[in-house]
Design a protein around this ligand. Structure first.
Ligand code: ZN
Length: 195
């Protein structure tokens, strides 16, 4: 079944993911789908949680362009090992359509991870790339950009969040989304498979 992007307040967005033990052919196919979905929605980053998967994995393409292969990064089991400085800039999230707010992040980071070839990689990042990686790494811990807002931004997005909550409840009533127990059971199964 093809993956799709889940929206706030889907419970998987609050799931703290476990490290991947193996990347099999099926997961590689899913990663390609994640890259395609992200670019189709003009996103520059997408975490596994956002496609309802409990794995420490995210993809980044700062150009949101599938043709820009050299801009395409897959981070598996990423760990941010160093942070310095502070920078504030506007952020959005594919799980929060049409919400853009300033978020404070570290200005520079060092991140270690495995790439799709299974090689250990390490990057020193700043600017938009550093911001995207911090945003996506948060997702893997069940942390969302709305958790990092100042009081005025929080107030500014209050109504939009309430609207997303109403939409989610309606989708659930229509049977398009399972209940919390069904979602948790599925995540547990997927964890047994690969973590
Ligand atoms: Zn996001």
């Amino acid at each position: 079944m093809p993956v799709r992007i889940i929206k706030y307040p889907h419970p998987t967005l609050r799931h703290k993911s476990k490290p991947l033990r193996r990347v099999d052919a099926e997961l590689k196919k899913i990663i390609q789908e994640m890259l395609d979905l992200m670019c189709a929605d003009k996103g520059i980053g997408l975490a596994a949680n956002q496609v309802d998967l409990p794995y420490r994995l995210f993809v980044v393409n700062l150009q949101a362009d599938p043709a820009a292969k050299d801009q395409q990064y897959v981070f598996i089991n990423p760990v941010i090992t160093r942070r310095s400085g502070t920078a504030e800039d506007e952020e959005g999230c594919l799980s929060f359509p049409e919400i853009y707010v300033p978020v404070r992040r570290s200005e520079k980071i060092t991140v270690g991870a495995y790439n799709l070839a299974g090689e250990e990689v390490s990057y020193e990042l700043s600017g938009l790339f550093a911001r995207a990686v911090q945003h996506e790494a948060d997702h893997l811990d069940g942390v969302l950009f709305i958790d990092r807002l100042g009081p005025s931004s929080r107030l500014a997005v209050k109504q939009q969040l309430a609207d997303l909550e109403t939409e989610f409840a309606a989708d659930r009533r229509r049977g398009q989304i399972g209940d919390d127990q069904q979602i948790a059971a599925r995540l547990a199964e997927l964890e047994v498979l690969r973590t």
